[in-house]
Design a protein. Structure first.
Length: 478
């Protein structure tokens, strides 16, 4: 009899323990992750050690990349700050978010359907730090924590400002301090989503532009010689058609002041790298803070560049045009709770800036609006949705002759671009000619490929292209 009682009590205990463990496990699973989205300004795809750059020092980015997902083929759909940032916020092409210049604000509808607003509605604490970069009236009301380095509507932050004590401080340090302040305030009261937008490594606008570095980094790369890119050879600039090959071309005029001599090239590429290393150190301090707060295991970190950057390739400086240096960017996702099959994964799948919003929402368990044109990258990597085979590229701001407008289609192996004001076509075999040295548009051997991509281009243009009347409104000043 005593045995039966003990057996019954033991059974009841097991049942209670099972349900107790199940409930605890359910609570652990149901905890929403914290999300930190880090955006660098003009960081090209190969300006990170993890992407194969043997010179640049980015140990913290590399650490996140090796432990998480490192996308090998991440692109932007429009290579200019304002439009790319709008695409990141809204998950839409330029034709969807209608940000065609630097002064236009996101519409109330776009703001309401952006990832920060949707997360706030779902109970997240939201923060924004740095350069918003879209219009002159950013939606501060969406954020519980707000540090805008563009204060006063100047649109482009200065690298050097004064802190509250009147001392000079570099923008990267200002943002680093603000991150620490946000985490002190919200780190243990999550879930939170913090969006940080660095000015670095964007140049400081001027005539000529300059790269303003933190003094502590002046000796970095001092004894290194940066190899010149393959297409720095003057013959590649000379290959361009007459409408493009002018000193009026914005990318060429900036090249003169920053990369026009071997000495300028060494100085300014090193400064570009120094600015990125400065950001990397802020990332390291952020990771340390997460550890101190005990929230590392529930915090996702995403890093992306808003567009790429010519560092002398094809005789240019800047972005805008559809070459790899301009439209391809770094992208990593570190999530300590990723499924094992996509941890420490170098993803070859094509990822876009319009994928950031639906991916962040998916990680938070929030439904993405149907108007979002990007995809949840985690679902794609888990084979829940098909990977994309190509994407539409569009660039309209200013137009020729300063920045000729361009549209095109990028596939895994080929790239077709059309300078729409001149109907000048380019075709590159990016698989075998990654530096895009030879335009194949007039090569008879590639006539079928050219026609195939022309057809696909027009299919995508019908969906994502900007109507001529709206495109003309892009011809405004910076």
């Amino acid at each position: 009899m005593m045995y039966k009682k003990i057996k019954v009590l033991f059974t009841i205990s097991l049942v209670l323990l099972f349900f107790s463990d199940s409930k605890a496990q359910k609570n652990v699973i149901s905890v929403k992750p914290n999300i930190i989205f880090l955006l660098t300004d003009d960081q090209r795809w190969d300006a990170m050690g993890a992407m194969g750059n043997p010179i640049i020092q980015t140990p913290n980015m590399d650490k996140l990349a090796s432990a998480g997902i490192l996308f090998q083929n991440a692109y932007v759909t429009t290579s200019i700050c304002c439009t790319s940032r709008a695409s990141i916020m809204t998950g839409q092409y330029e034709s969807g978010n209608h940000i065609n210049d630097f002064r236009t604000d996101l519409s109330a509808e776009s703001v309401a359907n952006s990832y920060p607003a949707l997360l706030k509605a779902a109970g997240y604490k939201t923060g924004f730090i740095g350069k918003f970069g879209i219009g002159t009236h950013p939606p501060q009301q969406v954020f519980d924590f707000w540090v805008n380095s563009e204060g006063g509507g100047k649109m482009q932050p200065n690298y050097i400002t004064l802190d509250k004590n009147g001392n000079k401080i570099h923008d990267t340090d200002t943002l680093g301090h603000a991150i620490q302040e946000f985490l002190d305030q919200f780190g243990k009261n999550g879930p939170f989503c913090l969006s940080v937008s660095f000015k670095a490594p964007h140049e400081q606008d001027g005539d000529p532009p300059t790269y303003v570095i933190q003094p502590n980094y002046k000796n970095y790369y001092k004894d290194v010689t940066i190899p010149e890119p393959v297409t720095a050879d003057p013959k590649y600039w000379q290959q361009f058609p007459d409408f493009f090959r002018t000193d009026t071309n914005f990318a060429r005029s900036r090249w003169k002041g920053l990369f026009g001599t071997p000495e300028l090239y060494q100085e300014n590429v090193k400064n570009y790298y120094r600015l990125i290393t400065g950001v990397d150190d802020v990332i390291g301090k952020t990771m340390k803070k997460l550890d101190e707060l005990g929230i590392t295991k529930n915090t996702i970190i995403i890093l992306m560049g808003d567009n790429g950057m010519f560092l002398g390739e094809h005789g240019m400086e800047g972005k805008w045009y559809g070459y790899e240096e301009s439209i391809r960017v770094p992208l990593l996702i570190y999530d300590p709770n990723l499924p094992d099959k996509i941890k420490q994964y170098k993803a070859r799948q094509m990822a876009l800036n319009i994928d950031i919003a639906p991916t962040i929402l998916g990680m938070a368990g929030v439904q993405a609006p149907k108007k979002m044109q990007g995809v949840d990258l985690i679902s794609m990597l888990e084979n829940k949705i098909p990977e994309r085979k190509d994407f539409f590229y569009q660039y309209y701001f200013l137009g020729g002759p300063r920045l000729p407008a361009e549209e095109g289609v990028v596939t895994r192996d080929f790239k077709y671009m059309n300078y729409i004001e001149h109907n000048y076509e380019e075709l590159f075999d990016i698989k075998h000619d990654p530096h895009e040295t030879r335009n194949l548009a007039n090569d008879p051997k590639y006539r079928m490929k050219l026609e195939e991509l022309r057809i696909r281009y027009h299919e995508l243009k019908d969906i994502y292209g900007l109507p001529p009347n709206e495109r003309m409104r892009s011809k405004t000043k910076f």
